[in-house]
Design a protein around this ligand. Structure first.
Ligand code: CTP
Length: 444
């Protein structure tokens, strides 16, 4: 019996997949089809696969060509499978020509002609969301670079309010985008906007976009005006529009897994969180203050994310001990007291400290080394060091691609509120930032 094996993602199953499987089966007597796992696809940079693994397997099954289906979970599995199943021929479409020649050592390799004019990527792009860019801050360059890894979105053009800020502090790529001369004209032409304008303008821009029925992805912090934040979220909910805060850590896969691990009780009851985020911005300091404010407004969203996820919103007290330069907080210690737990964070835009995260519980603790907000590695540590374990993940690029993928996903599923960073998290973040501005803070 001649055994054939082939692999693919088989997302949005199309004629090209069907033809390939049919021809693969015709090469022998028994066809094994490897379907990539969701995690494996992400780890090889294929991010917004539309169909989940079970759907993709079902679609392959329905063709009737596969005698056996296996899940492809790691690099190097092809060699293992070929040996394990006694495969005679490995085959794949001609778009991979030459790439799998190394498998000739284990079996015959056949590249089959690819069906022209169709691909999963093409289908995903047919339903692209037209996105307008609002603002020309430097973060935009990183955002646009990351968008190259995401399909299903098309940048229509950009608009930024006129100002006289030194061009060195502005996005280089902004001017390469089609320009709109007013915010209204941009809004009329798109389904969704990404807002990276300075914080003091954001509330108005979000509001205007929602009134016009557009989905919004905004840079963090969402708002430092709590009442306004509540109204914006109410507007979005009533209209069924997506309103999402682009805080990259929230959408990064490893961070979500770490939170789930803690919630599942592996370190017992959480008693303490220490989450620092400090930067020395040097020449960029004034620019950062212009865009997002001082230490609390510009960085507080990061520790608040982990504090709220693990201890909830029902804190008894929050206090700020803050150092100010020219009326701006450049370094702040933020302390939360909960019933039976505490959380503390050092935030700085003009000083440096260790940027790690430690979550302590009654059984052990989680340690995430700096920069914990780009989570890709963490450790579970116990009194008995033999029980310690280490977890490794990949944090791709600048991490902004994760938030764009989530934004597109919830637009597609008409979910307006992301379960990854829900409205309740954003509202409470806004409540803390607002209270900092109006609080009787301890100064030093
Ligand atoms: N394939 C093909 N003809 C096409 C598309 C895919 O023969 N028009 C083959 C691929 O060469 C591969 C198999 O189908 O052997 C599974 O490919 P997959 O990567 O899942 O499909 P694509 O449509 O190429 O997906 P994407 O656009 O996401 O890369």
């Amino acid at each position: 019996m001649k055994k054939i094996i082939t692999y693919g993602t088989y997302d949005l199953f199309h004629q090209g997949h069907y033809n390939l499987l049919k021809r693969a089966k015709a090469l022998g007597d028994y066809l094994i089809v490897g379907v990539t796992s969701d995690y494996f696809d992400k780890s090889r940079g294929k991010f917004n696969v539309h169909d989940d693994l079970m759907t993709r397997i079902e679609n392959v099954k329905k063709t009737g060509f596969a005698d056996q289906i296996v899940v492809e979970e790691y690099f190097g599995q092809k060699i293992d499978d070929i040996k394990k199943y006694g495969v005679d021929i490995f085959t794949v479409g001609s778009d991979w020509k030459g790439y799998f020649d190394y498998l000739n050592e284990y079996c015959k390799v056949v590249y089959l002609e690819r069906t022209k004019g169709i691909s999963s990527t093409k289908i995903r792009n047919e339903h692209s969301v037209r996105l307008g860019i609002v603002g020309n801050e430097m973060i935009l360059d990183r955002f646009l670079n990351e968008m190259k890894y995401v399909s299903g979105v098309e940048v229509a053009g950009a608009y930024a309010p006129k100002d006289d800020v030194d061009p060195r502090y502005k996005s280089v790529q902004f001017m390469q985008l089609p320009q709109y001369d007013s915010y209204d004209s941009l809004l009329n032409d798109v389904e969704a906007v990404y807002i990276n304008a300075p914080l003091k303008m954001r509330d108005d821009m979000i509001e205007k976009a929602l009134i016009k029925g557009k989905h919004v992805l905004t840079e963090f912090p969402f708002s430092i005006d709590y009442q306004r934040a509540c109204r914006l979220i109410k507007n979005a909910s009533e209209k069924g529009l997506v309103l999402m805060e682009g805080l990259k850590t929230a959408y990064c896969p490893a961070f979500g897994k770490m939170v789930s691990l803690v919630k599942s009780g592996r370190i017992g009851k959480v008693l303490s969180i220490e989450a620092n985020f400090t930067q020395i911005l040097g020449n960029d300091l004034q620019n950062q203050i212009r865009i997002a404010g001082g230490s609390v407004a510009s960085l507080g969203a990061y520790p608040l994310l982990v504090i709220f996820k693990l201890l909830g919103y029902d804190y008894k007290k929050v206090e700020f001990i803050t150092h100010q330069e020219n009326g701006i907080d450049t370094m702040t210690r933020m302390n939360f007291i909960y019933d039976g737990a505490i959380a503390t964070s050092l935030l700085a835009i003009n000083a440096k400290a260790e940027g790690s995260l430690t979550i302590s519980g009654t059984k052990g603790y989680v340690y995430v080394p700096a920069p914990w907000w780009k989570t890709e590695y963490y450790e579970l540590r116990y009194e008995d060091i033999n029980k310690n374990s280490k977890f490794f993940y990949k944090f791709e690029g600048e991490g902004l691609r994760y938030e764009v993928i989530e934004f597109l996903r919830i637009i597609e599923h008409n979910q307006n509120n992301s379960l990854v960073l829900p409205f309740s998290d954003i509202i409470n973040e806004s409540r803390v930032l607002d209270s900092f501005i109006n609080a009787d803070n301890v100064k030093f």
